[in-house]
Design a protein around this ligand. Structure first.
Ligand code: ADP
Length: 574
């Protein structure tokens, strides 16, 4: 802004300077011309007056002199005065500039006519004889003849022409002065304006400046402030927009009509390129540089034609849903907005829900089929002896218990899955007491399996859901007993860690093969299906554990070696 003001200042200075200079030059030239004209007019009037006076004086002496002597006297007049003596019939008796006989009759001349009629006459004209512009003055003498004196203006003009070099020098001098004063005057005139400009540039009080400039300066200052405020607001908005787009989990990309990227956010880069990169690497380049997936390309092409389109595609092991919409301005497509959503979790959850329904049906069907089979056999009288009835009833009872256990686990799991974490529902839970109670309740099971169950360590209370935590510890310990060997052992250890509490369940059991270690937390996953069923497993125990840990914002770790044992560690924030 300051340079614009500087330029304005210079332009203004130049203009004022040239106007002043032009005015001075016009003034000087006009003054000279006017003076010359006035001086010339004055000299002409002087010359005319001199001719009049001389004519009157000479005419007065005519009556005292002989005509011949009179004419001789006329010949003695100065050279620049032309004397003409004309008789009353118009014949020229004497003329100081031309031979009398060569001269025509002068009776028709206006000044002669006037002199004949009223005693005197005058005229200014170009002489036919000498062809020079002259002043003529004629007087009627006592005998009716006319005395005429005249003087040409050429001598006066000559005088003016002679003075021209001097005038030129004066003109030059005056022009030089005009140059000097124009410069000084311009500076003097512009100084208050410069002061005002400086005050605006440095945002300070202007000091002495034109009063007329005060509203102008205040207006500019107000505008400056307004522009500054707008810039700050714009910067803030841009920053906010930057924060939003940078922290968005969704990928956002704006593509221009010529298919170059106008804007791309970091999420879009990492999703579509599979790596982290600077946005400037892609902005201004073709969107195909980011990704060449056909689905994305089709969406962009459709949006370029004015249609919104969305597609789902798999990229770098993730499932992405891309939406492309046209950016319309005045009914014309000016570009495309692309939004990319990572729907991997959602789609996997959908898949696992579908699988879960299928699994549940299957899991429920198996014991029911057995029950139905046993009952049918009994109905058909195929079981006759009391012993057989007892065996078949026991089998039906066992399958029914399995069914109940399965349904209870499903109910528990869906309850945990569907209950959103609510901090106000958390209460102080003493894991020491909770683990002691679980260990006590599992003691008969442990004894039956010939496994030693040990509880170690102590921790301060944590905020949690007691029933869920109890179920978690129970499932872990029950598994450690179930998948143990005779004379084996289980250690339930509580450790107070840094910011979190560790609940560790270690056993000396059969262990989990490496390829299954990541899958044991999936619903209905069992390493050895028949063994698990045999010992009453539902395949949901560790799935419940995983959900309880997630509900408490904790994490879970598993270490296992086939044949030597398993260790599962749960970390819960304090
Ligand atoms: P289940 O009801 O069958 O025990 P879980 O979800 O509790 O289901 O466990 C899933 C599978 O993980 C089990 O079937 C079993 O094969 C394996 N497993 C769980 N805990 C242990 C453990 N402590 N030792 C060995 N295998 C285990």
């Amino acid at each position: 802004m300051s340079s614009a003001r500087q330029r304005f200042n210079t332009q203004m200075k130049k203009r004022i300077y040239w106007v002043l200079l032009l005015l001075s030059a016009v003034g000087v030239v006009s003054a000279c011309m006017l003076t010359l004209t006035v001086a010339m007019q004055y000299s002409m009037r002087q010359a005319e007056q001199m001719i009049c006076d001389l004519t009157d004086t000479i005419s007065a002496s005519y009556s005292y002199m002989e005509q011949e002597a009179y004419l001789e006297m006329l010949a003695c007049l100065p050279d620049n005065v032309r004397a003409t003596f004309i008789t009353d019939d118009g014949t020229v008796l004497y003329d100081s500039d031309a031979t009398e006989s060569e001269m025509e009759n002068h009776f028709g001349r206006p000044e002669i006519q006037e002199a004949m009629e009223q005693g005197w006459g005058e005229d200014i004209r170009r002489s036919a004889t000498t062809s020079i512009s002259s002043y003529y003055y004629a007087v009627r003498l006592t005998d009716g003849s006319i005395l005429r004196l005249s003087r040409s203006y050429s001598s006066i003009r000559g005088m003016v022409v002679g003075a021209l070099p001097g005038i030129a020098v004066i003109l030059l001098l005056l022009f030089g002065m005009a140059l000097y004063f124009s410069r000084r005057l311009t500076r003097w005139m512009i100084r208050p304006v410069e002061r005002a400009v400086r005050a605006l540039d440095h945002n300070e009080e202007g000091g002495a400046m034109y009063d007329e400039l005060t509203p102008f300066v205040s207006h500019i200052r107000a505008q400056d402030q307004q522009i500054h405020d707008q810039r700050v607001t714009l910067e803030q908005e841009r920053e906010t927009l930057g924060i939003i787009t940078n922290s968005m989990r969704e990928g956002l990309m704006l593509i221009s009509k010529d298919k170059t990227i106008i804007f791309i956010n970091p999420s879009a880069i990492s999703m579509l390129t599979g790596r982290k990169a600077d946005v400037y690497e892609f902005q201004g380049h073709s969107y195909l540089l980011v990704n060449r997936t056909s689905e994305l390309h089709e969406c962009v092409m459709a949006a370029m034609e004015g249609d919104s389109r969305d597609e789902v595609f798999t990229l770098y092991g993730k499932i992405y849903h891309v939406y492309a919409s046209p950016m319309m301005r005045m009914g014309q497509v000016h570009g495309v907005v692309v939004i990319v959503l990572d729907e991997t979790q959602q789609r996997l959850a959908e898949r696992s829900r579908r699988e879960f329904s299928a699994n549940v049906s299957h899991e429920l069907k198996t014991p029911l089929t057995s029950i139905s089979g046993y009952a049918e056999m009994m109905e058909n009288g195929m079981v006759s002896s009391m012993d057989d009835i007892r065996v078949f009833s026991a089998s039906i009872h066992k399958e029914a218990l399995r069914l109940i256990a399965l349904i209870e686990d499903i109910i528990r799991l869906s309850r945990i899955e569907e209950s959103p974490r609510q901090t106000e529902e958390l209460q102080a839970v003493s894991l020491n007491e909770l683990c002691a109670a679980v260990a006590e309740s599992l003691q008969p099971v442990a004894q039956k399996a010939n496994v030693q169950l040990h509880l170690e360590g102590s921790v301060p209370p944590i905020a949690g859901a007691e029933a869920m935590l109890s179920e978690m510890v129970y499932n872990l310990c029950e598994n450690a007993i179930k998948y143990n060997r005779p004379n084996g052992a289980v250690w339930l250890t509580l450790t107070d860690g840094d910011g979190e509490i560790e609940v560790k369940v270690r056993d000396t059991g059969i262990g989990i093969p490496e390829e299954s270690q990541m899958r044991v937390f999936e619903r209905f996953y069992r390493v050895d299906k028949s063994r698990s069923k045999q010992i009453g497993g539902t395949g949901l125990g560790l799935s419940i554990v995983k959900h309880v840990v997630e509900y408490h914002l904790g994490r879970i770790e598993l270490d296992s070696a086939l044949g030597s044992g398993t260790e599962i560690r749960v970390y819960l924030p304090k």
